[in-house]
Design a protein around this ligand. Structure first.
Ligand code: T1G
Length: 697
């Protein structure tokens, strides 16, 4: 069958108004057939003079949400959006654009090229290109400054934020904000243009007011906050050019856009964007989730309170359980504090906070959970304690209630044996702080029913989190991999690097914080307990990695919470702990190690190769469904630099063959720790990448 052309733009003449409707579900992305449709509609109406005004609007839940991101990386197909928008702006017949939903990126740029803009109530506009390693590439850096000034353009383009319609109206980015159906508003707007009650003008005819102070401030901010990224700097360069002739500014913008399109950062950020959506594609996707109208949370500690806060903010009533009234009061106070924090940050109104808190009940009686739809246990990480609780829940909770554990590594299959309903048991592993971190590992045990897993994903979406499916093993996906590569940091310090050098090298690579700073922040005692838990099972030929950290903990130095760990903390200041240098020297002497130098690149290569090795094993073992699932875990739960796309997307930039060579080189120092996973060796032989494996899944 011949490929029928996709018709996604239609023209309807109503009186003297040409209604041009864009209909390209799900978000009216500016795919090539949309661009050709707009081009043809505007050209035809002008050629035939079939109307006195053109009113562009879109069908569906949103106006154009941007360029079609799936087209990036493929050969460009004309018409290029900038050229098309210049044609729209040059139209002899006035063009008015009606925007609703989320008019983003290229979608907003279409509206900016029109001669007037009308928003629909609930509208949000934005220039999110920087979030995917790009910049507005179809006139946004030239037309926003002309309409609303350089500071507004810098704010929108560098933050990528979604701006409410009312603010857009106030700033002059839209001319009206009305309630109603986009088509009706488009018809009325067209009629008003003809009647002269809606003014039209070409944006290119406006002048940008120079503002060097704003440009300098933006450059300083980008240097400080986004020094690893290319597109923010190029964005400022293009906006700065908006004070000159628009044709010159558009050329500068175009070149900057083409340069950014070719960067690995753009590839990494787009991989992250689609990855966060791909992980919802699980075998249990078609199963019917159960309704969750009330949740029980057992444990009012940091995790339990955070989980309860997250559910309450999503509008789900919560019953918090603690064994003792004092601990229960503390949990309620923590939740209240979390909500007060949201009010202070302007994220929540005081009224909403009060209404949210009203959905919280607290009890020391497990019996209070008899009618909840889901229980999330977040108590001490001891299997015996958890099994006792699950045994009690089994008798108390109604049939069909889902029993979940927030455990960060314990065996969900074993927990399920404590109940008569293993099909209702699942792991919901939140990350601290649970009301902030977006990652939720959904740990599926052998007998977990498909609809229980589907309920986990539905809950993740409702909590505005990213659910990633994990199989059962010690540490599931993230913590299992962390447990492996964190040893590399310890080995590097034992062999000659300093903790601060390791931290700095990894922060320069893009991590928000180096591993030693993270340890000090989370508490070094957590790792200490884990090492003690695992000591008995440690293989005899494994090089112990805890020497230095154990000595630090034996001094009671657990990091920030005790004033010192790898670093010494005095108020807001922090500096390397001189006592740790002595411990390192002593441990090296004890082990007969002659310290050697490591370059920052050595540190990054070893650290990332160790992460990739265990991540490959997690995919090989089926604990993660695909490589992209591991990437999303690290992007949303472990502070992995987003522009690098995640450990296995980053691995593809090195290549399996080079990785195998590196591991074999390192193995000459430690054949136990450095082993090549079978999957990686097979990839090196076949030339397959992790991207290929994602496609095959
Ligand atoms: N291109 C292609 N597909 C897109 C898309 C896009 N721009 N935006 C969303 N999708 C898909 C998405 O993958 C998912 O697919 C479905 O639509 C629903 O999305 C020249 C160059 C609009 C706020 O960066 O922020 O314009 O999984 O699940 O939660 O200057 O999508 O169903 O198969 O996210 O309601 C700039 C990106 C592009 C906006 C809706 N625009 N999109 O959120 O639904 S670059 C963006 C979003 C550009 C110009 C430059 C969100 C949304 P599937 P969803 P949602």
């Amino acid at each position: 069958m011949t490929d029928q052309p996709i018709i996604s733009v239609t023209t309807e003449i109503v009186g003297d108004v040409a209604l041009v409707c864009i209909d390209n579900p799900p978000v009216n992305a500016l795919s090539v057939h949309v661009r050709t449709g707009i081009q043809s509609a505007v050209a035809t109406i002008n050629a035939e003079k079939s109307a006195k005004v053109i009113a562009i609007y879109a069908a569906g839940r949103t106006f154009i949400a941007g360029a079609d991101i799936t087209e990036f990386g493929k050969p460009p197909m004309p018409p290029a959006l900038p050229d098309l928008l210049n044609e729209v702006e040059a139209s002899e017949i006035p063009v008015v654009c009606v925007v609703h939903g989320t008019a983003l990126g290229g979608g907003l740029e279409v509206a900016l090229a029109a001669h007037a803009r009308v928003g629909v109530k609930g509208l949000k506009i934005g220039l999110p290109e920087v979030l995917i390693g790009l910049l507005p590439g179809a006139g946004g850096t030239q037309r926003v400054p002309r309409l609303a000034g350089i500071p507004v353009a810098l704010d929108m383009a560098l933050s990528g934020r979604q701006m409410p319609g009312a603010e857009a109206l106030e700033l002059g980015l839209i001319d009206r904000l009305e309630d109603g159906a986009p088509r009706d508003i488009a018809l009325q707007a067209g009629q008003d243009v003809i009647a002269g009650t809606l003014e039209t003008r070409r944006t290119c005819d406006l002048q940008t007011t120079p503002d060097d102070a704003a440009l300098d401030a933006a450059r300083a901010m980008v240097e400080k906050k986004h020094r690893n990224l290319v597109s923010p700097q190029r964005c400022i360069e293009a906006i700065a050019a908006s004070t000159g002739p628009i044709a010159d500014g558009l050329k500068i913008e175009r070149q900057a856009f083409i340069d950014c399109l070719a960067t690995p950062q753009r590839a990494g950020l787009i991989h992250a964007f689609f990855g966060e959506r791909a992980v919802a594609n699980v075998p249990e996707k078609k199963a019917q989730p159960r309704d969750i109208n009330a949740i029980g949370v057992i444990g009012g500690g940091t995790m339990g309170s955070g989980i309860a806060t997250s559910a309450l903010l999503a509008g789900i009533p919560v019953t918090l359980i603690e064994v003792k009234q004092e601990a229960l009061d503390k949990g309620v106070a923590t939740i209240t504090g979390n909500l007060d924090g949201a009010v202070k940050r302007g994220k929540l109104s005081a009224e909403k906070r009060d209404a949210t808190l009203a959905m919280l009940s607290a009890s020391t009686e497990l019996q209070s959970l008899a009618e909840v739809d889901l229980v999330i246990e977040a108590v001490f990480e001891k299997m015996e304690v958890k099994k006792e609780i699950f045994g009690n829940l089994d008798t108390i909770c109604k049939p069909g209630a889902i029993l979940a554990s927030n455990t960060s590594y314990l065996d969900i299959n074993e927990i399920a044996t404590a109940t008569s309903r293993p099909e209702d048991v699942i792991g919901l592993h939140f990350f601290s702080p649970a009301h902030v971190m977006r990652l939720l590992e959904i740990v599926v045990a052998d007998k977990t029913a498909p609809e229980v897993t589907a309920t986990g994903f539905a809950l993740a979406k409702r909590l505005k989190k990213i659910g990633v499916r994990a199989g059962v093993c010690d540490g599931f996906i993230g913590n299992r991999i962390l447990g492996h590569y964190s040893k590399t940091a310890a080995y590097l310090v034992l062999d000659g690097a300093t903790p601060q050098q390791v931290d700095q090298a990894l922060e320069d690579f893009g991590f928000a914080m180096g591993p030693h700073k993270v340890g000090d922040l989370a508490g070094l005692d957590i790792g200490w307990m884990t090492r003690q838990r695992k000591a008995a099972d440690m293989p005899s030929n494994e090089r112990y990695a805890g020497n230095v950290a154990d000595r630090i903990c034996e001094n009671g130095w657990f990091g920030r919470k005790t004033g010192q760990g790898y670093y010494v903390y005095e108020g807001r200041d922090m500096r390397p702990n001189p006592e740790v240098e002595k411990i390192i020297a002593a441990e090296r002497e004890k082990a007969g190690i002659t310290p050697r130098d490591f370059t920052d690149q050595d540190i990054v290569d070893r650290y990332m190769t160790a992460m990739i090795v265990e991540a490959t094993r997690v995919v090989e073992d089926g604990i993660a469904l695909r490589p992209v699932d591991v990437d999303v875990v690290f992007l949303s739960g472990y502070g992995f630099p987003r522009f690098r796309g995640g450990p296995l997307h980053y691995a593809d930039t090195i290549g399996a063959a080079e990785l195998v060579k590196r591991i074999e080189d390192y193995a000459s120092e430690d054949a136990h720790y450095w082993q090549v996973p079978d999957l990686l060796r097979e990839m090196a032989a076949s030339g397959r990448s992790f991207a290929d494996i994602n496609k095959e899944a």
